[in-house]
Design a binder for this molecule. Sequence first.
Ligand code: ADP
Length: 278
Amino acid sequence: MNIFEQRKEKEMRIAQSMSKVKFLLAIGSGKGGVGKSTIAANIAISLAKLGFKVGLADVDIYGPSIPTLFNIENEEVVGQEIDGKLHFQPIEKFGVKLMSIGFFVDPSKALMWRGPMASNTLIQMLSDTLWGELDYLIFDMPPGTGDIQLTLSHDFNLSGAVFVSTPQQLAISDVRRAVNMFKNESVNVPILGLVENMAYFVTNDLPNNKYYLFGKGGTEKFAKELDIEVLEQIPISEEISETNDSGNPISLIVDSLESNSFLSLARKINDKLVEINK
Ligand code: ADP
C-alpha cells in the first residue's frame, strides 16, 4: 500500500468507527495535573445521568488515569474478531463505555514514543473499539500541544473542545498555546469554553462562603482575552480527591455542591453543541 492508500484506509477506518457517534468532545489542558481527567470523567458520568449514551476514551498517553478513576485497572479488555479483524469491547461502568490506552501500553514506555508512533496507536485503539451508537464520545487528551493532539484533532473531526485549568496555571502560556492550537485553521475545532478547576474552597459549615484561594477575577480576564467563555468553576475539595482515589467519581453522588457543578457543566456543553450543530 502506498502512502496515499494508507491515508485513505485510515480515514475510512476512523469514519466507519465513528459513524454512529453524534458528538466528539475533547477535554484538553495546557499542563498535566490540573484535573483534566477528573473533569472528563465527571462530565461523562453527568452526561450519562442526563440520559445520553456516553463513551470516554482515555488518550492521555503520558498519564492514563481513567482506569484508576473508574476503578477498572484490573479489568481485561475483551477482543472480538469481526471479518477477520480484531476489535475491542469497551468496559462499561457507571453508564459510560470506557477505553484507555493504559490497558495497552506501559506509560513509562509510552513516554519515549515519538509523535507518529503514539498517534497511530491511539487512532488504532479508537477505531478498533466497538463504541456502537453514542451521543458523546469524550477524549481525555494528553496535556499540551504536541503532534499527538494535533493529529487526533485533525483526524477525528471533533465537535468541540473544553479546556481545563487551575487558577495558578492560567497565566502560563501553555494554556494559551493549547487554546490557540484548537483554534488554528488546520484544526478548527469549536472551543466550547474553559473549566476552572480548584477555583475556590468552601467549608462544610458555611457552604455559601467561597474562598478564592488563588484570587478571583483572573479567570474571567484571561478568558476574555482569549475570547472564550468560563463554563464552570469547580471547587478544590477533599471529596473530589477521595472519590477519585476510590474509583467512584463525585458525580455519582446525588445533589452535592460538586456533583451539581458537574451536572450544570454537562448541560452547558450539550446546549452549546446542539446550538453549534443546529
Ligand atoms: P490531569 O488529568 O490534568 O493530569 P487529574 O484529573 O489526574 O489531572 O488530577 C490530578 C490530581 O488532582 C489527582 O490526584 C486528583 O484527584 C486531584 N484533583 C483534581 N481535581 C481536584 C479538585 N477539584 N479537588 C481536589 N483534588 C482534585
